[in-house]
Write a protein that binds this ligand. Structure first.
Ligand SMILES: Nc1ncnc2c1ncn2[C@@H]1O[C@H](COP(=O)(O)OP(=O)(O)O)[C@@H](O)[C@H]1O
Ligand SMILES: [Mg+2]
Length: 194
């Protein structure tokens, strides 16, 4: 497993999606490590993964500042190995979204509501598959996948971050600046190839 390189002791496997496996961090039970299957092959892949990992980090940080109850914090984002470290989400009494969801389709409206709100306010697109959502112990609906690194609207994101106050606003604007640079580098590389 590529994540051996990170020298993190993995504990129990908490979940698995189409792209990665998620484990608890044995030395830090409030954190989880998500190991992507895809590690890239060519130098080009590796460069893309590096930009993607940086973008993922900054966008997650910004979305966490904006929606602390619904987007979990990110502590690390790597490209070699391709992996993320996030705050662990502990399922509350309503349980995991995927278990709860089976009871009735109407609950899906909550996912759509959250996705729509975040998309309208930031241009970021959450993957709406119900396995990507959990209810935490405070009853919040939490997204437990990662937002796509380069899908966002700069103007909307800036407007949203500018509404934050104090330290959060300062941090948010800093993350945004870096996010814009990373996306610029990624797009430029693609344009160069045309
Ligand atoms: N922070 C977290 N806390 C607890 N469980 C998580 C967390 N992140 C992911 N999981 C679990 O791992 C599963 C797969 O994670 P996900 O990021 O959706 O993988 P993929 O990118 O392959 O879709 C989730 O459905 C969830 O059950
Ligand atoms: Mg997923």
């Amino acid at each position: 497993m590529g994540i051996d390189k990170l020298k993190i002791k993995t504990g129990r496997k908490l979940g698995e999606g189409g792209e990665r496996k998620v484990y608890e961090d044995k030395d830090n039970p409030e954190r989880v490590i998500g190991a992507f299957e895809y590690q890239g092959e060519t130098d080009d892949d590796k460069r893309y993964l590096a930009n993607q990992a940086r973008g993922r980090f900054y966008l997650s940080k910004i979305l966490h500042l904006l929606y602390p109850d619904n987007i979990r914090d990110i502590h690390g984002s790597f490209s070699d190995p391709n992996a993320t470290i996030n705050k662990r989400v502990r399922a509350g009494v309503r349980g995991r979204k995927n278990e709860y969801f089976k009871d009735g389709k109407e609950k899906d409206a909550e996912i759509h509501g959250l996705r729509y709100k975040i998309y309208a306010e930031t241009g970021a697109n959450l993957d709406g598959f119900f396995n990507n959502f959990m209810y935490d112990q405070s009853g919040n609906l939490v997204y437990v996948d990662t937002p796509d690194s380069f899908t966002f609207d700069i103007d909307k994101l800036r407007t949203a971050v500018e509404k934050l106050e104090g330290d959060k606003k300062v941090k948010g604007l800093l993350y945004l600046e870096r996010l814009i640079v990373v996306r610029g580098e990624e797009y430029k590389k693609n344009d160069d190839k045309k």
